[in-house]
Design a protein around this ligand. Structure first.
Ligand code: SF4
Ligand code: SF4
Length: 384
């Protein structure tokens, strides 16, 4: 039976004014729903959600608005170029900004921690640079070439710290002058904005930009594709003028220039998971693969879904803070796909992906045969 929906023009206008304007050009073809990764593990119908948003009858109490991992698969497949992520964000903004509905407690807590402590873990800013204590990464000074911005996850999560330490050791071996801003750095705010907290995002962006300006930062290297994407695409509207590179872009450039020599073999069968904010969002597919191919001994094999067709780890759009039931985690699909191609290492280059994949590796019981590694770890292993 066809669902009858009553139009609520006032709510529709509010949702549209929060950034959902393009949902008016949707012609309900359902390409988005057919390609959403949720329908591999459970159910989500973005086509229907857009229809309800347009009519102003979106149920703001429904957790479906918080399921979207902002992976961009639907946006890339939409023949009308509807900004589907923008629609999700608009409804979330109404809920978070106006208190017009309910949202998951875990996301509420993460946003509160970012607002209070500058990071989603709610840890003290003074502990932000603790990851570097044992490897002597100095405080950034204006004459340094590079600011390394680690992202909150490697900074505070001991399981992902290896991303920051491996990259720092590479930069140290190359004699590159770099430092961090430690306690002065705050969360980049990308996921906070995707969760609809525009006010929090604006204050984080303005604060980080001012901190970078005061410190004399010209070039920033990041570990997270989420930091990369927001620094590059969203911070300029708040006055950012610094150059930003994802670390795989920076290292690939150094290999091409002959400044980084990867000579020590890593004899492993490796496959690569394209993080959504590296691939579909930023269209960086080749630099991570180039680095992996530059390491002698590595046999690089592709996952069943790769490059533009990659499947999200499930951690974007604030989902990294949400509870997802076992059996419904996208990262489980990626572990299965890595096992299917006989990989010994599933490499990636995003802190959220490492967290999600590491977790599923354990819950799937595959840790004896498969390892999740950041590309920086592999590059570090390949330096004499
Ligand atoms: S793919 Fe685009 S046009 Fe088709 S239903 Fe989804 S949003 Fe609408
Ligand atoms: S962005 Fe990804 S998770 Fe969100 S609705 Fe689109 S396909 Fe589904």
């Amino acid at each position: 039976m066809t669902e009858q929906l009553m139009v609520d023009l006032e709510t529709a206008d509010m949702i549209l004014s929060y950034g959902a304007e393009t949902c008016t050009i949707c012609f309900q073809c359902a390409q988005c729903s057919g390609n959403c990764p949720w329908n591999r593990v459970s159910h989500l119908d973005p086509r229907r959600m857009l229809h309800k948003a347009r009519l102003g009858v979106a149920d703001l109490e429904d957790e479906e608005w918080w399921m979207c991992a902002t992976c961009r698969t639907c946006v890339d497949r939409c023949p009308m170029e509807v900004d589907i992520i923008g629609v999700m964000k608009a409804v979330r903004s109404l809920v978070v900004g106006y208190g017009a509905g309910r949202y998951p407690d875990s996301i509420r807590l993460a946003l509160k921690s970012i607002a209070g402590a500058g990071n989603p873990a709610g840890e003290s800013p003074d502990k932000r640079a603790e990851w570097s204590d044992k490897i002597d990464v100095p405080a950034f000074t204006p004459e340094m070439e590079v600011l390394y911005f680690s992202c909150c996850v490697p900074a505070y999560d001991a399981k992902v710290r290896r991303m920051a330490t491996s990259l720092s050791r590479i930069l140290q071996k190359l004699g590159i002058s770099f430092g961090t801003l430690g306690a002065a750095e705050k969360c980049c705010g990308e996921s906070a904005r995707k969760c609809g907290n525009e006010e929090l995002f604006s204050s984080l962006a303005a604060g980080n930009i001012e901190t970078f300006k005061q410190a004399g930062v010209r070039k920033v290297i990041v570990s997270s594709p989420h930091c990369y994407w927001t620094f590059k695409n969203e911070y300029p509207e708040f006055g950012a003028e610094f150059e930003v590179l994802h670390y795989t872009q920076y290292l690939a450039q150094l290999v091409r220039e002959g400044k980084l020599k990867l000579t020590k073999p890593v004899d492993k069968k490796v496959t690569y998971h394209d993080p959504c904010y590296m691939g579909r969002h930023s269209e960086i597919y080749d630099d991570p693969r180039f680095l992996l191919r530059s390491i002698p001994g590595i046999e690089l094999v592709e996952l069943a879904n790769n490059r533009e067709d990659s499947i999200c780890c499930g951690g974007g759009g604030g989902r990294v803070w949400a509870e997802t039931a076992k059996g419904e985690r996208f990262s489980e699909i990626r572990i299965d796909q890595a096992m299917a191609v006989g990989a010994e290492i599933l490499a990636t280059c995003c802190p959220y992906c490492i967290l999600m994949l590491d977790d599923s590796l354990l819950t799937q019981g595959c840790e004896e045969v498969l390892q999740i590694m950041d590309i920086a770890e592999l590059v570090h292993e390949a330096i004499e």
